[in-house]
Design a protein around this ligand. Structure first.
Ligand code: 13P
Length: 332
């Protein structure tokens, strides 16, 4: 066991803190901005936006680590000044698994060694790799689950070797009409395969964080489960797949409405009280979505946008402890 890796992994989610995934790539960020008539087409525009979010005063009370995109690595010092650990998204995004397939695999193992060494040199303490699993009548295929878990485990090994805590993110997407039970089955299958691959590659489970999806019904499923049903299923599946040595489960928000993601996390933390790991968050849209809306690209809105981000960070921090309430939500 590498005590340094274990300590960093624990610290990232200690004292009610979670992670801010500020690592959306240029295309994704520009697309999200365009949906609200904002332009984030150039690196300079995006850096301005990214700097605005991560320099929010007081953020370190609720956020232990921020995942950066490589185009924003110059912002490590801004985070360090705030007492927040910097991480780097090191995958290169997804491509079709085979020509014409709807399934994806994640690229980026080539030259990963160098990238991790550079990140560590620049002051990063952790890294992230995301794989996506698609639910449809014909997917996921076992080949796709196998390939994604193997790649994630190989990434995790290299990350730990470079002294960076890996955040391991196999995301089962919420697109589709499938019911809650189907998402539970797929999340369980992926999780079991994931931890088997981590075992095979001798990953130090104390020096990593697991970043799964919550167990949800497909976005277009006609019968949507309640918050309690979602939390019960999520806790049940996580208890089946995640070994007790893992210090934290940090959920992604995955396109859920920001307030719903918070409520569900809160219920998960309440129902899963007494579990060996910390329940927390590693949200992107669930944290910065409302802030981007408030900002509107205007200098005059920076304070209000930062207030919005801080508010969501606070709500999610309380939710990670099962202490979120409607009163806190309406404080802003
Ligand atoms: P969302 O919370 O928007 O799902 O993003 C998390 C993330 O890190 C995606 O890779």
């Amino acid at each position: 066991m590498d005590t340094n890796l274990s300590q960093v992994a624990k610290d990232l989610v200690a004292n009610g803190r979670g992670i801010f995934a500020a690592d959306a790539g240029p295309k994704t960020l520009a697309k999200r901005a365009a949906e609200i008539n904002l332009s984030l087409e150039t690196v300079d525009q995006r850096l301005k936006y990214r700097t605005m979010t991560i320099s929010t005063p007081g953020l370190s009370q609720y956020i232990g680590g921020v995942i950066l995109h490589e185009e924003a690595m110059s912002l490590v010092s801004v985070l360090n000044q705030q007492g927040i650990k910097a991480g780097l998204k090191v995958d290169q995004g997804t491509v079709e698994m085979t020509s014409g397939s709807i399934e994806k695999i994640t690229e980026g193992l080539e030259k990963l060694d160098q990238k991790l060494a550079d990140a560590s040199q620049a002051g990063a303490k952790f890294s992230k790799w995301r794989a996506v699993i698609i639910i449809s009548s014909a997917t996921p295929s076992s080949a796709n689950v196998e390939a994604n878990c193997e790649t994630l485990a190989r990434y995790a090994k290299l990350s730990q070797k470079a002294g960076l805590v890996p955040i391991i993110e196999p995301e089962v997407l919420m697109e589709g009409t499938h019911p809650l039970e189907r998402c539970a089955d797929v999340t369980r299958l992926v999780g079991k395969k994931m931890f088997a691959s981590l075992l095979k590659h001798e990953i130090d489970l104390t020096g990593m964080l697991y970043k799964p999806n919550m167990v949800l019904a497909g976005k277009d499923c006609p019968s949507q489960p309640t918050v309690t049903e979602i939390a019960q299923k999520t806790v049940e599946v996580m208890q089946e797949i995640v070994p007790p040595k893992v210090p934290g489960i940090v959920f992604l928000s995955g396109g859920q409405e920001a307030g719903s993601a918070t409520q569900r996390l809160n219920e998960i933390a309440k129902l899963g009280g007494g579990s060996p790991w910390r329940w927390s968050f590693s949200f992107e849209r669930g944290l910065e979505g409302p802030a981007m809306q408030t900002w509107q690209g205007q200098e005059a809105n920076i304070v209000a946008a930062q207030k919005m981000l801080l508010h969501r960070a606070k709500c999610n921090s309380l939710a990670s402890l099962g202490k979120y309430t409607a009163e806190v939500e309406h404080e802003i």
